[in-house]
Design a protein around this ligand. Structure first.
Ligand code: CAA
Length: 389
């Protein structure tokens, strides 16, 4: 048994001037450029193309990537802060950002070759192009080792066949990291991750999902039929693909935990404001203890979620083991997001059930944080494994 990942010693939660500057920039951007039109984009499932372009210009698409490859060279705490602020307003925009930063850019920078980094990471980090991370399949969601997509070794290239499901940035991405099985006999050690460019013959964008939440992000199935991918597009050694996916998802969970935190905090802020304006029984509803209790509990749980998110981010920045901390942050923050947004709707009463008050969208958006990048059940599995490791 180990307790090391729980050790808070040496963790400094004070935010630096840089962190506060990131927070302010993300907050301003979210208020001024994401809030306008958000209800319409959610209704129409309209991808926020202009806003994503601006996120690239403002440095939000490759925040942790080294400046050598066009990134911001920032730490994970800065990234979590930016995701939180953006998610307070627009969780569709933040998932686009999160997948690009934590899964695609991080995966390439940590494990890609120098050539791959120069060719792909540079445009991805600057936001000129966005990326997709393709692990899930119709028959392989939580059970990620059961990859049906194949990458047959043809000598100097791989031949990719199969279907990927629920792919964030599915249509809007210029490049996809595709996890596929090369040698079934070797199980998860026979899986590879290939960088596949859009436009490669046989690579087709399939059905767009009509989703409950994060409706402005584009989630598609991707179809691969005899797609030729050059060998130099494989990330790492032969058979490294599953390890690549797992290692990348460990960090991705900090991004999703920060997203969940932001959704919860955004709903809380709206509920608090509403409770001070709305009158019932002769006084602002905030004056009623029933509402005070709700807001007090929301504030407490959100603060606890924030501590877990910052802790996981700090551990990653300090190159310490953060696997368990990231899973705990995601597990807890996503449950807080679902619960707090439901409470925010309740505080708003009938107004909470209609679109212009935003909290119903936040409640719908919160649900996915308990599902993607590993369901809550998978997080518990990861945490339990780390406890006995
Ligand atoms: N970090 C690093 N390596 C890990 C790991 C982790 N967290 N978990 C497992 N591994 C490694 C193991 O060490 C093992 O490697 P070795 O044999 O070389 O030691 C290998 O992976 C296989 O491990 P297991 O036998 O334990 O694998 P398993 O099949 O029992 O379970 C699992 C693994 C944790 C359940 C995994 O399948 C999993 O995480 N599933 C969830 C997948 C997921 O999160 N999907 C999200 C899709 S992406 C997405 O959602 C993006 C988006 O749209 C926003």
């Amino acid at each position: 048994m180990t307790t090391a990942p729980h050790d808070l010693q040496g963790l400094n939660f004070n935010l630096s001037e840089e962190h506060l500057a990131v927070q302010e920039a993300a907050r301003d951007f979210a208020q001024n450029e994401l809030l306008p039109g958000i209800v319409e984009r959610d209704n129409a499932q309209q991808f926020p193309a202009e806003q994503v372009k601006r996120m690239g210009e403002l440095g939000f698409m490759g925040m942790m990537v080294s400046p050598e490859y066009g990134g911001g060279g920032m730490d994970t705490v800065s990234y979590a802060i930016a995701i939180e602020e953006i998610s307070k307003i627009d969780a569709s925009a933040s998932v686009i950002m999160s997948v690009n930063n934590s899964l695609v850019c991080y995966g390439l920078e940590a494990f890609g070759s120098e050539e791959q980094k120069h060719k792909y990471l540079t445009p991805l980090a600057s936001g000129q192009m966005i990326g997709a991370f393709c692990l899930s399949e119709p028959e392989a969601g939580s059970d990620a080792t059961s990859q049906a997509t194949t990458a047959e070794d043809m000598g100097d290239y791989y031949l990719v066949n199969g279907t990927k499901n629920w792919i964030t940035n599915g249509n809007s991405s210029g490049v996809a990291l595709v996890i596929a099985q090369t040698n079934r006999e070797k199980g998860h050690r026979g899986i590879n991750c290939l960088i596949v460019e859009k436009g490669t013959p046989g690579f087709v964008v399939g059905k767009k999902e009509d989703k409950l939440g994060i409706r402005a992000s584009d989630t598609h199935s991707l179809l691969f039929t005899d797609v030729k991918v050059p060998k130099e597009n494989r990330i790492g050694n032969d058979g490294f693909g599953f390890k690549f996916a797992m290692s990348t998802l460990n960090g991705g969970r900090i991004g999703i935990a920060a997203q969940a935190l932001g959704i919860a905090a955004g709903a809380y802020e709206l509920a608090l404001k509403y409770s001070q304006e709305r009158k019932a029984f002769g006084k602002a509803i905030f004056e009623h203890q029933a509402i005070q209790f709700k807001l007090a509990e929301m504030a407490t749980k959100i603060e606890a979620a924030r501590l877990l998110v910052y802790k996981a981010a700090r551990l990653k920045d300090e190159h310490k083991d953060y696997v368990q901390a990231a899973a705990m942050a995601k597990l807890f923050a996503s449950d807080v997001a679902m619960w707090a947004t439901t409470e925010a709707v309740q505080i708003h009463g009938g107004y909470g059930f209609v679109k212009e008050f935003h909290v119903e969208r936040m409640m719908r958006d919160a649900k996915i944080t308990q599902i993607y990048e590993g369901t809550s059940e998978i997080q518990k599995l990861v945490i339990a494994r780390e406890i006995v490791r």
